[in-house]
Design a protein around this ligand. Structure first.
Ligand code: SF4
Length: 440
């Protein structure tokens, strides 16, 4: 990619030079996440023998499946590990977001996988072996890759138990989200997606994971899915999702850290989760700025309201403890066109204000780096936020957390460059190695 007279690599190197206090690996990681990566035909052939992309919830791709001429959706790995190479990378785990034609390209060079930018090698690429549980299926034939895929290099079992969202259509859906559209395209492409997973199916899948995972690499599970604004199977949101946590925690007491990603709910609903054994609650606030929240999350704004949403996040720390409330935001949408901030410094000030608000209360947010998914409203013809913003945000995040003397949020493995396994943002990569993690 040529940005005027500047190549992608030169541009990324400029950001690295402007942030000498951040690991270069973290900046490349953010760039890969916001732009996406391409694979040569040979690299796809090699990747097909390793752990595949499972489409665990959203597409997280920069192109719809129908534009993937080489079936990249079926042949790409879930994650890549960048190691060594000309820039001596410390091991860096990055989620794969497919963009055919990206300046970031994985190729086979000198007999091994390497990551190139604008044709220049920057790091070696390693892939995760396919775990043995991926080769098994439930008695009814449903594959583990659909029922209980793992991400974060096998750390997190990701249970999307409801693959649709009742915020539906332009006036309700979060504008950056392609959950409903991704469901449609995956079904059309033949992936065995289920709208709703039965509790017994999830338990059977976890029996298989637990049996096969003899080294206990899976450490946590997340239960999530679309928002339930009315009822699903006759149940409200907390009642629907808590059934899974209760059943898992009764069947496998203490086996995994228990996490729930749902809406910001009132305290009485949240008690259902706590009573079901949920340890970590993720009531995602998506974007801090109130004006942008109402534009980018119109359903949430109308049904709950931004101020009430934030109040519920804070209130929930009474039940779970502040360090166990980890609200996510979608880093980059604050600069999305046409409503977002035009200047990096304004976007950083706003996101920094949100981090200060929560961290001053002991609540540690985390973020997912936004890539414009073409089937979402914001993804249509929109560019990602500048790398400069993402690098600045990593710095603000780290500095705010350290200033408030907070531990790293629990349920993401170890922090530090070369250690972090969280793959959809570099926020754990930029915390100091050995920094304490909040106990679960
Ligand atoms: S609440 Fe928003 S982000 Fe979550 S699934 Fe629904 S539309 Fe997507």
């Amino acid at each position: 990619m040529n940005l005027g007279n500047i190549t992608r690599l030169q541009s990324t190197d400029e950001v690295i030079a402007g942030h000498p206090d951040l690991p270069q690996e973290a900046i490349f990681k953010e760039d890969l996440l916001r732009i996406g990566v391409d694979f040569s035909e040979d690299a796809l052939r090699v990747s097909a023998g390793f752990k595949p992309k499972s489409y665990f919830i959203f597409s997280f791709d920069r192109r719809p499946i129908e534009e993937m001429e080489r079936s990249e959706n079926l042949r790409s790995p879930e994650e890549i590990a960048l190691v060594g190479g000309p820039r001596n990378f410390r091991r860096t785990i990055v989620s794969v977001r497919i963009l055919p034609g990206s300046p970031y390209r994985v190729e086979v060079l000198d007999g091994r996988l390497q990551l190139l930018v604008d044709g220049e090698p920057i790091a070696n690429v390693e892939l995760q072996n396919t775990p043995s549980y991926y080769r098994r299926a439930l008695k009814n034939g449903k594959p583990i890759t659909e029922m209980a895929p793992t991400i974060e290099w096998g750390y997190l079992v990701y249970l999307t138990v409801y693959r649709k969202c009742q915020y539906f259509g332009f006036n309700e859906e979060c504008q950056f989200c392609d959950l409903n559209e991704n469901f449609r395209q995956q079904k059309a492409a033949g992936r065995p997606y289920n709208t709703v997973k039965e509790v017994e199916e999830v338990l059977e899948a976890l029996e298989i994971v637990n049996e096969e995972d003899t080294e206990r690499r899976t450490k946590a599970y997340t239960i999530t899915g679309g928002s339930i604004t009315r009822h699903l199977h006759g149940l409200e949101e907390a009642a629907f999702y808590s059934r899974y946590a209760r059943a898992i925690n009764e069947r496998f007491p203490g086996r995994w850290i228990s996490k729930m990603v749902v809406q910001a709910l009132p305290l009485e609903s949240l008690r259902t989760f706590r009573d079901a054994g949920v340890q970590i609650y993720h009531p995602n606030y998506e974007v801090w700025d109130p004006r942008l929240f109402s534009i980018l999350c119109p359903g949430k704004d109308r049904h709950v309201g931004r101020d009430e949403w934030i109040r519920r996040v804070v209130d929930s720390s009474e039940l779970f403890g502040p360090s166990h409330v980890i609200p996510n935001f979608v880093a980059g949408i604050e600069m999305s066109r046409p409503h977002g901030f035009a200047r990096v410094e304004d976007a950083l000030r706003s996101s920094g204000e949100g981090l200060e608000f929560f961290m001053s209360k002991g609540i540690t947010p985390r973020f997912t780096t936004w890539c414009p998914e073409p089937l979402s409203t914001l993804g249509k013809d929109h560019e990602p936020a500048p790398l400069e913003y993402h690098a600045g945000l990593l710095r603000v995040y780290r500095d705010t957390l350290l200033r408030h003397k907070l531990p790293a949020p629990p349920g993401y493995g170890e922090p530090g460059a070369g250690q972090a396994i969280f793959s959809v943002s570099a926020f754990m990569d930029v915390l100091p190695e050995g920094h304490p993690v909040a106990p679960v």
